[in-house]
Ligand binder design. Structure first.
Ligand code: BJ8
Length: 425
C-alpha cells in the first residue's frame, strides 16, 4: 500500500520529500487534536480513517476515474455549482488550503499580507505537495475577493484554471449576470468532459448533492440539542471531508453518524456537560487541517455547536429547488440557490448578521466568536457590523483575527478564557 501510494504520488509529480514532511506533521497533530478526545461517536472512525489515509485511497479513486477518461474538477469556493460536474460524470473536489506548511513557499511569490487561505492554496501548487491539485484536470476559481482572483491568474500559469465571475451585489442585474455565468460554466464542463449535460443527468446530480446537504443539515440539527452529542471539532471534520469525498458514500456515512447521535440524544448522552458554554463561530471558512480555533475553544471546556461559515451552514443550508426535468428551470434553480450564499464578498450583505442572530437562537448559544483570517478585509469589515448587531440583540461576541500559525495560540486561549468567564451565567 505504502509503495503503491509512493508510485502514484511520483506519477503525479509530487515533491516526495516535502510531502513526507507534510504527512509526518499531520499525524501527530491529528492525534493530539482529535484522537485524544473522550467519548467520541463510533461513527467518527470513518473520518479518522479518511484523515489517516488523506492522500491515499481517495486520490487513487480519482486516478482510476481519470484512467477511464473521466475528469476531476477542483474548486476553492462554495459558489461553484458542483451539480454540473457530477452531471457530466466528472468528480468535483473541494481543495483544502488549511495548513501553515504550504505558506512559506507561497510567500516567495505572493504578497505576505495575503490571507492564509490564499497563500496555503497557492503554496500547495507551487510546492507540489497536494495530490488533489495534481490530479485535477481543471481548477475552478471565482472572483469573490481580490486576493483570490489575482492568485488565480498566477495559478493559471501553472495549471488550467477557469474563473467564474461572482457578482458583488444582490440586485436583479447581478442575478442576471450570475445566471449567465452558471450557463457558461455548464458549457465549460461539457467541453472539458465531452459529455452533454442533459436535464435527466442534471436532475440526478441535483438530487445527489441535495441528499448530502440534507445529511449535513441533520448533523447540524443534532448539535442544537443540550447536551450536545458531538464535539464541534468532530462535526467540523465531517463537514470538511464532505468537500472531497464521494457524495453518495459521504451521505451514507453522515446519516450513519446521525443515527448514532439520535441514540445519544435519546439517552441524554453528550460530549460536554449540559451547562458547558455553547459557542457559535461565524466568519471565514476552515479548510483541513485548520482545527486551531475549535481546539482552543473546546480545550477550555466550552463546546462549538455551530459554524456560520462556508465549512458550516453556508455550505448546505439551502437546497436546489427540485424542478423536474426541464433544463432551463433547473439552471435557474441552481443559479438562485447559489446566489443565496451570504458571503462577505457581497455589498451590502445584511442577510449574514440576520443569519447569525437566527442561528444563535436556534443553537441556544451563549456567545459568538467572529473568526476572520488576517488580511481578509471583507470579513474583518463585516465584523464591525456584526458586533453592533449582536450587541443590540444582547448576544456576546468576541472578535478574533488570526492565521494558520500556532504563534498566537497562547494569546487566543487567554482571550477565549476571559470571554467564557464573562458569558458564564
Ligand atoms: S463563498 S467565504 S468559500 S469566497 S478568507 S480567500 S474571502 S481574503 S474564503 Fe470564501 Fe467562497 Fe466567500 Fe465562502 Fe478571500 Fe477572505 Fe481569504 Fe476567503
Amino acid at each position: 500500500m505504502g509503495n503503491e501510494n509512493v508510485q502514484m504520488w511520483t506519477e503525479l509529480n509530487i515533491d516526495l520529500k516535502s510531502h513526507d514532511m507534510l504527512l509526518n506533521a499531520l499525524g501527530p497533530a491529528f492525534q493530539e487534536i482529535y484522537l485524544s478526545q473522550k467519548n467520541r461517536p463510533a461513527g467518527m472512525g470513518f473520518y479518522d480513517f479518511v484523515v489517516g489515509d488523506i492522500h491515499g485511497i481517495r486520490v487513487k479513486e480519482l486516478r482510476e476515474h481519470a484512467k477511464t477518461g473521466g475528469k476531476v474538477v477542483a474548486t476553492y469556493c462554495v459558489f461553484v455549482p458542483e451539480e454540473f460536474v457530477w452531471a457530466a460524470d466528472a468528480i468535483p473536489v473541494g481543495l483544502c488550503a488549511g495548513t501553515q506548511f504550504s505558506i512559506p513557499v507561497a510567500e516567495e511569490v505572493l504578497p505576505r499580507n495575503t490571507c492564509a487561505l490564499i497563500k496555503s492554496s497557492f503554496g500547495f501548487k507551487l510546492g507540489r505537495v497536494c495530490p488533489y491539485v495534481q490530479a485535477s484536470h481543471l481548477i475552478v476559481g471565482e472572483t469573490t475577493c481580490d486576493g483570490k482572483k489575482k492568485m488565480f491568474e498566477m495559478l493559471g500559469q501553472l495549471q488550467p484554471v477557469y474563473v467564474m465571475e461572482v457578482p458583488n451585489k444582490k440586485t436583479e442585474r447581478s442575478r442576471q449576470l450570475w445566471h449567465g455565468e452558471v450557463l457558461a460554466f455548464k458549457d465549460v464542463i461539457e467541453k472539458l468532459t465531452g459529455n452533454k449535460i442533459t436535464a435527466k443527468k442534471l436532475g440526478q446530480a441535483i438530487d445527489l448533492v441535495n441528499r448530502r446537504r440534507l445529511a449535513l443539515q441533520r448533523l447540524y440539527n443534532l448539535r442544537k440539542v443540550r447536551p450536545v452529542p458531538i464535539s464541534g471539532k468532530d462535526a467540523l471534520l465531517a463537514t470538511q471531508v464532505s468537500f472531497y469525498d464521494d457524495a453518495t458514500r459521504d451521505t451514507q456515512m453522515l446519516n450513519a453518524l446521525c443515527d448514532e447521535l439520535d441514540k445519544r440524544v435519546a439517552a441524554g448522552q453528550g460530549v460536554a456537560p449540559k451547562n458547558a458554554p455553547r459557542i457559535l463561530i461565524s466568519g471565514s471558512p476552515m479548510a483541513i487541517p485548520n482545527w486551531k480555533l475549535h481546539h482552543i475553544i473546546e480545550s477550555t471546556g466550552a463546546v462549538v455547536v455551530c459554524e456560520e461559515s462556508c465549512t458550516g451552514t453556508r455550505f448546505f443550508s439551502d437546497l436546489v429547488k427540485p424542478t423536474g426535468e426541464n433544463l432551463d428551470e433547473q439552471l435557474k434553480a441552481i443559479a438562485d440557490r447559489y446566489m443565496n450564499i451570504h458571503c462577505a464578498c457581497f455589498t451590502p450583505n445584511d442577510e449574514r448578521p440576520d443569519d447569525v442572530v437566527r442561528l444563535a437562537k436556534e443553537y441556544q448559544v451563549d456567545g459568538v466568536i467572529h473568526y476572520n483570517l488576517q488580511f481578509c478585509h471583507t470579513y474583518a469589515n463585516e465584523a464591525v457590523k456584526m458586533e453592533k448587531r449582536l450587541e443590540k440583540e444582547g448576544i456576546p461576541l468576541l472578535r478574533i483575527e488570526t492565521d494558520y500559525s500556532d504563534e498566537d495560540a497562547g494569546q487566543l486561549r487567554t482571550r477565549i478564557e476571559a470571554f467564557l468567564e464573562m458569558i458564564k451565567h
